[in-house]
Write a protein that binds this ligand. Structure first.
Ligand SMILES: [Zn+2]
Length: 186
């Protein structure tokens, strides 16, 4: 299934393949980060956000194609592209550029990390960002506001998976639907 989707993606982006392939030959030595996370099939325009609440702790994982975050997926070749990658990582590291949690919940980020992962041909790449958060008043976690679309203009959709102790749900967020209800989740 994944392979099929990947092929479809390649077929639907013939121009980008030609451009990426040229660069791919010179950049085959992949990053160490690939050891932690193997690039899955991604759809340009659609990212995924996994949000898990357990007591006063929240774990969040964001996966977005570099096309959505940077506008290109090949390895940075110029100083401007390198700066764009650094800037994107810096933005992603700040959870407020992804989601806003209710201030009444008094949440703080314990740690966050961002990786940019390339596939073995350097045709596609995606960002993986993780956040560990603790909230002083978890009962006030009644909703999430998605700020991601305001920050990343090429991002169009975000599949949000919310998992709590009582309920789990999946929401297809987009530029017109940016509020996720957390009532009854945990
Ligand atoms: Zn891609």
């Amino acid at each position: 299934m994944y392979h099929l989707l990947f092929l479809l993606l390649l077929v639907t982006h013939p121009l980008s393949i030609v451009a990426d392939d040229k660069i791919g030959h010179t950049t085959l030595n992949n990053d160490i980060v690939a050891e932690h996370h193997h690039l899955g099939v991604h759809e340009h325009g659609r990212g995924s956000l996994n949000f898990a609440i357990e007591g006063d702790r929240i774990s969040i994982e964001l996966i977005s194609s570099a096309a959505d975050i940077l506008g290109f997926e090949h390895k940075a070749q110029t100083r401007i592209q390198t700066l764009a990658v650094d800037n994107a990582k810096m933005k992603l590291k700040d959870i407020s550029n992804i989601i806003l949690l209710p201030s009444a919940a008094s949440c703080k980020v314990d740690q966050s990390a961002v990786d940019l992962i390339y596939d073995h041909n350097a045709l596609h790449s995606e960002f993986l960002a993780i956040y560990d958060i603790t909230c002083e008043v978890p009962e006030k976690l009644v909703k999430i506001d998605i700020s991601y679309f305001e920050i990343f203009e090429d991002a169009k959709k975000l599949t949000v998976n919310v998992v709590g102790s009582k309920l789990q749900k999946k929401i297809e967020a987009n530029r017109g639907l940016t509020e996720i209800d957390l009532e009854g989740i945990s």
